[in-house]
Design a protein around this ligand. Structure first.
Ligand code: ASP
Length: 435
């Protein structure tokens, strides 16, 4: 059987939801459907989830959220009317508004978009509605995967066809808890695992992963097959088709994830499969992804190489300041630690001083305005010339490389460049490897 998850743009209005209904009903194998809240209908629209967070803030500020909640209510009423279904959600609307006004929690407010969307789709396609709060369980803010899986298996056994809201669950006190933004992808993966799905179909508004960001490279090729490990690298580095954590529930049992396009259902999309099942191709690289907004902390000290515990002391400062780091290339007398600007921005001077003190460094400097670019490909391993192609392309484009990191898995090469060179660097790498 298939488990499918539909994202916000697929659930945006009655006509997109009709497409969702057609897709689900076209294949009897599509037994469990996980949905996001209605997303943007056009570029400048607001997602229902964002409106719900706004309701929460409004209620906290002025005691009620009637202004913003009215917009949400109208949006769902329009959807119900457009779908021509006999569904009255007024009791739900009243209860939700009352709870938000009572300032329950932001998680509760945010989760209601998925809750209502799932009720609508369930009615449209005649499937059972199941409330995710019953079986997605959290404890101390952490999702309880194995416990939830057991609860979910028992529930699914009693409901052969169901629609389940994504994004949220509940804790032992019965309070609603959400995953991080985009978390319906994780919910879908958990349902796929519980249902022992043949494939986890993740329906969105693009034809799967592309080998580079289409806003930077003109018409990049689609990626037909991706291994789980490649997906991790690309998703972490900003290819945001899928929530980076959504592979964990399915990876250990090898359920493939198929990214599909609700607006072009016949397109194959991208198939994400176990590392040993990925079909052979001759492309050296699979994709390029990148992120802006990093700072390099450069630490210099003569004879650093002979000092046992040097890195630990530097990293202890970061740990104490709650800054996780991305990369740590080192030389004989130098060490670079790459961190995200968001994490260091209000602590720059403090970090420099503390690092200097911790190792008695000769020099500590910060270099901001760095972007990281990951060139990812399972075929890079044990093959000569990949790094040479990549670096020659950057040299030819007159781009200075500020940092290089290649893991021993040889699955990716990461370079740090000045942010002003980011777009040209991605184009240079893309065209250098384009077959
Ligand atoms: N609706 C939530 C969000 O906008 C969760 C999701 O769509 O996956 O982040």
């Amino acid at each position: 059987m298939l488990v499918c998850k539909f994202g916000g743009t697929s659930m945006a209005n009655s006509s997109t939801i009709s497409k969702v209904a057609d897709i689900v009903l076209a294949d009897k194998e599509r037994k469990y459907v996980v949905v996001s809240a209605p997303g943007k209908r056009e570029k400048d629209d607001t997602k229902v989830t964002d409106l719900l967070y706004k309701c929460f803030d409004e209620a906290a500020e002025c005691g009620n959220c009637s202004k913003s909640f009215a917009i949400i209510r109208t949006r769902f009423e329009e959807i119900i009317e457009g779908l021509n279904i006999d569904l009255d959600l007024s009791e739900d609307f009243e209860q939700i508004e009352k709870n938000i006004n009572a300032s329950v929690t932001p998680d509760y407010a945010a989760s209601r978009g998925e809750y209502l969307a799932a009720k609508v789709l369930a009615k449209k396609i005649g499937y059972d509605f199941l409330d995710a709060a019953e079986f997605f369980k959290f404890s101390d803010e952490r999702f309880q995967f194995h416990y939830s899986l057991d609860l979910l298996k028992t529930t699914l056994a009693e409901h052969p066809y169901a629609v389940i809201p994504g994004f949220y669950g509940s804790n032992a006190e019965g309070e609603i808890k959400t995953f991080s933004r985009g978390g319906s992808d994780i919910s879908g993966a958990v349902v796929a695992r519980a249902a022992d799905a043949r494939i986890y179909e993740n329906w969105t508004d693009v034809n799967g992963f592309m080998s580079a960001d289409p806003r930077i490279v003109e018409n990049p090729a689609n990626i037909e097959f991706l291994s789980y490990r490649e997906l991790r690298e690309l998703a972490y580095m900003g290819a945001n088709v899928l929530h980076p954590e959504s592979i964990f529930p399915v990876r250990s049992v090898g359920i493939p994830i198929n990214i599909k396009n609700t607006f072009e259902p016949s397109h194959k999309g991208t198939m994400i499969v176990p590392d040993d099942k990925v079909s052979d191709n001759t492309n050296i690289i699979t994709g390029i992804a990148g992120k802006k907004g990093f700072t390099i902390i450069l630490v210099e000290k003569s004879m650093m190489n002979a000092e046992v515990g040097f890195c630990r002391k530097v990293l202890s400062v970061l740990e104490y300041e709650n800054i996780s780091f991305e990369h740590m290339p080192s030389g004989i007398d130098t060490l670079c630690v790459v961190v995200s600007d968001d994490l260091i921005k209000n602590k720059m001077q403090k970090v420099v001083e503390k690092v200097r003190e911790s190792v008695n460094a000769d020099n500590v400097e910060l270099h901001s305005g760095i972007s990281l670019i990951a060139t990812v490909g399972r075929n890079m391993a044990a093959r000569q010339g990949t790094a040479s192609t990549l670096f020659s392309a950057l040299a030819k484009a007159k781009i200075n490389i500020r940092m290089i990191d290649q893991g021993s898995s040889e699955l990716n090469i990461i370079v740090g460049v000045d942010t002003q060179d980011y777009e040209s660097a991605i184009n240079a790498i893309y065209y250098a490897f384009k077959g």
